[in-house]
Design a protein around this ligand. Structure first.
Ligand SMILES: [Fe+2]
Length: 528
């Protein structure tokens, strides 16, 4: 089905679900799920090193993990410098870093339809263990990387250390934060979105330039991922441990909502074609399970995992199902548009899944790994009444308050929200309505700053004290670049806000700015 027949069908049928179905039908035909081994080339020769985008692992559970790579001898070519044929890629998993004791091995077929990406799901591993892995294709060998499985669901681990990160504009800074992160002894990394930016070359900065115009086609998204994935510091961090990834808006289009583009007036059917390109390239470039193979403009990304009974993680998707931002996406008071019960960030299905997951959880810490800030932070210098970002949770205030009320009423143990998006560090105490500081604190939010987006940044803005005094929910705020390192025990959660003094030059200095602590049973934040 081509674009004009989609338009004709919409004229006749109308409706968003019909549009989704049509774009789905268009895209589905181009994606094979599994390559055919007998047709694949088993002894390929490459024009140059095919593992130029690195290797990675992700989405571990207690007996399995996904191993990822994508063959691209010429990363900036639309096809990665690969011939239009399937290629056999072998993988091995070992119990030691020299790959002496191999415990699992296999072959995956990297197909041109999926950008010669490889997603090997290794299902026969032991729980709570470190492993090492590598790929080979033809005569070429990848680096050796480290990964791990998680403890069994009924176990009681005494410690977990992970980092979370987001927002890595290549044009606005170097990935010094990842260089420092690689020295931490981390079990996991959570990436909360804006892994790439879609903008044209030079739109954001000049530290390193994007290749080409604003990306829309599948080839353009692939080349953009290749450019980001070529960064050595990012690759090195993927070698260290498994990642859980989710997306925000820039993996597709700034501030999009479901099938509505930032560019107002864009036909949703046209936008869903772009979204299908964005989602497919996201899958191709991330260590995701088969459950996330895209189906046209749809991709199942929300999911959960448990680190024994120490922590339950719910990874959310706040973009694919959301209603259009209320109040025309302008900063606004929390008015009837944001309080409309039909406005949703998660969509009904994901919201019900989340609530079910929260009441079923045996985790000491119940963690929402997600995109945009949940604290209702009003801007004090924009007059009275205070205004709030309509792209963030305050724009979806009815759903947000309902979720916090649910957590309080159902006595969900230690809810903690992890957030990216806004290129700033925050430690926030969440109430059902944050504008009512005399009501009980229900949950805790840690907002991690960007890896590089927005350039060097600063410790405090001019109105820092005013911001905090107008918003009692804020317990820490800083505007430098970096990441957040979290250490969990059954008794305490410690978040270390790691900041970089400069990202516009390589080799910036990374220091621990502040550590914030919560104790199990008390969501109030304290400085360590
Ligand atoms: Fe961002």
């Amino acid at each position: 089905m081509n674009r004009s027949s989609i338009h004709n069908a919409i004229r006749h049928e109308g409706g968003v679900s019909r549009r989704l179905f049509l774009a789905y039908a268009t895209m589905l035909s181009s994606i094979p799920f599994i390559g055919c081994s007998t047709l694949a080339r088993h002894n390929p020769r490459f024009s140059s090193y095919p593992f130029s985008l690195g290797i990675a692992s992700g989405d571990p559970n207690s007996n399995s993990v996904v191993l990822w790579t994508r063959l691209a001898p010429k990363p900036l070519d639309p096809d990665g410098g690969m011939p239009p044929e399937p290629i056999a890629v072998k993988w091995q998993v070992a119990e030691d870093e020299t790959m002496g004791k191999v415990v699992a091995s296999g072959t995956e077929i990297a197909t041109p339809q999926l950008g010669h990406s490889v997603h090997a799901e290794v299902n026969i591993l032991k729980p709570d263990r470190w492993y090492w892995y590598r790929f080979t294709a033809g005569n070429e060998e990848s680096a050796i990387a480290r990964t791990r499985t998680l403890p069994q669901a009924d176990s009681k681990p005494d410690r977990l250390t992970f980092a979370f990160a987001s927002c890595q504009s290549l044009e606005q800074g170097y990935y010094t934060a990842y260089e420092r992160m690689a020295q931490d002894q981390l079990d996991l990394v959570f990436h909360l979105g804006d892994y790439i930016y879609e903008y044209k070359s030079g739109n954001q900065g000049q530290v390193r330039l994007h290749h080409g115009k604003e990306i829309e086609s599948l080839a353009e998204y692939r080349v953009r991922y290749a450019q980001y994935k070529s960064d050595q510091l990012l690759q090195n961090m993927h070698l260290r441990c498994p990642w859980f990834v989710t997306w925000d808006d820039h993996e597709c289009d700034n501030n999009y909502a479901n099938d509505i583009s930032e560019l107002k007036g864009t036909d949703p059917a046209d936008f869903l074609i772009r979204r299908a390109n964005a989602y497919q390239s996201f899958y191709e470039n991330m260590p995701l399970r088969r459950t996330s193979v895209p189906a046209g403009p749809n991709l199942q990304l929300y999911r959960k995992t448990s680190f024994g009974q120490l922590a339950e993680f719910m990874v959310l998707d706040g973009r694919q199902y959301r209603s259009n931002q209320p109040n025309n996406d302008q900063r606004s008071p929390i008015n009837t548009a944001a309080l409309n019960p039909d406005i949703t960030m998660l969509g009904a299905r994901q919201r019900n899944w989340l609530k079910q997951s929260l009441i079923q959880s045996h985790g000491t810490w119940n963690v929402l790994a997600q995109q945009v800030m949940m604290a209702m932070v009003g801007m004090p210098n924009s007059g009275v009444p205070m205004t709030y970002s309509m792209d963030q949770w305050p724009g979806y205030a009815h759903e947000r308050m309902d979720l916090l009320r649910f957590m309080a009423e159902r006595k969900v143990a230690n809810p903690v929200v992890l957030t990216g998006d806004i290129h700033m560090n925050w430690g926030n105490e969440l109430r059902v309505d944050d504008r009512k500081p005399d009501t009980p604190v229900v949950a805790t939010e840690f907002v991690g700053t960007s890896i590089s987006s927005a350039g060097d940044g600063q410790d405090k803005i001019k109105d820092h004290d005013k911001l905090l005094s107008n918003n009692p929910c804020i317990k820490f705020h800083n505007r430098q670049r970096g990441y957040v390192r979290c250490t969990l025990t059954p008794e305490t959660w410690t978040s270390d806000f790691m900041v970089v003094d400069k990202v516009t030059k390589p080799g910036g200095k990374v220091t621990k700015h502040t550590s914030m602590v919560i104790e199990s049973g008390n969501p109030k934040l304290k400085k360590a």
